[in-house]
Design a protein around this ligand. Structure first.
Ligand SMILES: [Cu+2]
Length: 143
């Protein structure tokens, strides 16, 4: 009789521990998930490679503040020149890099001045509901 009573008490204690543990996990898990959802990675630097007489990828879409770095992987020199002349690289030898940070929204078509058939475009689009929507153009070269 007394043995049965003990088992009953024990299982009640186990159930209580389980409930407390689940409640505690809820407290720990909810903020962790919320934080993860907020930290959606927005790349602030992307690389466009120059290979076999082409920019790869030829079209990129970024948000203002993003730095684009072009890297020449061809064994001949290339340049990166924006049609509106907002940026212009020197001749890039193999392995050379050129970076430009796009401050404002807009479409920036560019080409290689040594091989004008090589073209690409950078589309800078403000994040949804972002305050940067009003600013157009601009940016600066990264030394
Ligand atoms: Cu070229």
């Amino acid at each position: 009789m007394s043995f049965r009573f003990t088992v009953c008490q024990r299982s009640r204690l186990v159930r209580r521990v389980v409930i407390v543990t689940v409640m505690a996990m809820k407290w720990f898990l909810v903020p962790a998930c919320a934080e993860e959802a907020r930290a959606v990675p927005t790349p602030k630097e992307i690389v466009v490679t120059i290979d076999n007489f082409s920019f790869n990828p030829p079209e990129v879409t970024i948000t203002p503040g993003t730095t684009v770095t072009w890297e020449n992987r061809d064994d001949i020199p290339h340049t990166v020149v924006e049609t509106g002349k907002s940026f212009r690289s020197h001749a890039l030898d193999t392995g050379d890099r050129f970076s430009f940070t796009f401050a404002g929204a807009g479409d920036f078509a560019y080409f290689c001045s040594l091989h004008p058939h090589m073209t690409g475009i950078v589309k800078v689009q403000p994040p949804p509901g972002g305050a940067a929507a009003a600013s157009m153009g601009g940016g600066h070269a990264v030394p």
